[in-house]
Unconditional design. Structure first.
Length: 250
């Protein structure tokens, strides 16, 4: 019960990494607010967890939703100690092929929403005497890739936002770290591979980017998130931790 007594708000919690984090946090004793745009998935996940979870539908790309999500979490669960900023979009494209609307959508959700939600959470973390903000960045927040101009740029911003916030709030006992996953077995990745001209070849090529020979699983990321949310990581802040099967070691 490494997170006993803690309240966590997790975005993008209806599936994939966010859902895995919510389940892992609850197993370790946390009360969790599951946030996302797909209400049914949130309710299903909250039902699986039980009484220690609440579903709070909302869009991190909308400022008015952010204030409501944080307020509902605090009201229904009694406070806030951990924020996991997981919600994100990935729109493939180059500097020429991306539209302005696609660029704006990427940054509105991946960066602006993360910043606004963190800002809304900070007073509650401060009131709790400290806390942990865990941003889900990407290996593409550390290295580049073809046809990922907006996504990689946004995740690079998340990585540096993490470090700056860690410095700004360390004196308050608020730790800010980010996890940089490689390719993880999620609905988003499955959809990308399914739509490729040759799905089998595409999967082999992407797996080949990871020396450990497989994609990650959501639980691989959730395990590190539990550590960063717990008091075991009380001297860890401002770091970008790859969990990538060796992707960034190449």
């Amino acid at each position: 019960m490494r997170l006993q007594g803690k309240v966590a708000l997790i975005t993008g919690a209806g599936s994939g990494i966010g859902r895995a984090c919510a389940l892992a946090f609850a197993r370790e004793g946390a009360r969790v607010a599951l946030v996302g745009r797909r209400s049914k998935l949130l309710r299903d996940a909250a039902r699986e967890i039980g009484r220690s979870a609440v579903a709070v539908p909302g869009d991190v790309g909308k400022k008015q939703d952010i204030a409501r999500m944080v307020a509902q979490t605090v009201k229904r669960l009694g406070g806030l100690h951990v924020l996991v900023n997981n919600a994100a979009v990935l729109i493939p494209g180059t500097a020429e092929s991306l539209s302005e609307a696609q660029w704006d959508e990427t940054f509105d959700i991946n960066v602006r929403g993360l910043w606004l939600l963190s800002r809304a959470a900070l007073p509650h973390l401060r009131k709790a005497g400290g806390g942990s903000i865990i941003n889900i960045s990407s290996v593409l927040g550390l290295v580049g890739a073809r046809a990922r101009v907006a996504y990689a740029s946004s995740k690079g911003a998340v990585t540096l936002l993490t470090k700056c916030m860690a410095l700004d709030h360390a004196h308050e006992g608020i730790r800010v770290n980010c996890i940089c996953p490689g390719i993880v077995e999620t609905d988003l990745v499955a959809d990308f591979i399914r739509k490729a001209p040759d799905p089998e070849a595409t999967r082999r090529a992407r797996v080949g980017l990871h020396p450990l020979g497989r994609f990650g699983h959501p639980r691989d990321i959730a395990a590190l998130a539990v550590y960063l949310a717990s008091d075991e990581s009380s001297w860890v802040t401002g770091v970008a931790l790859p969990v990538d099967g060796g992707y960034t070691a190449l």
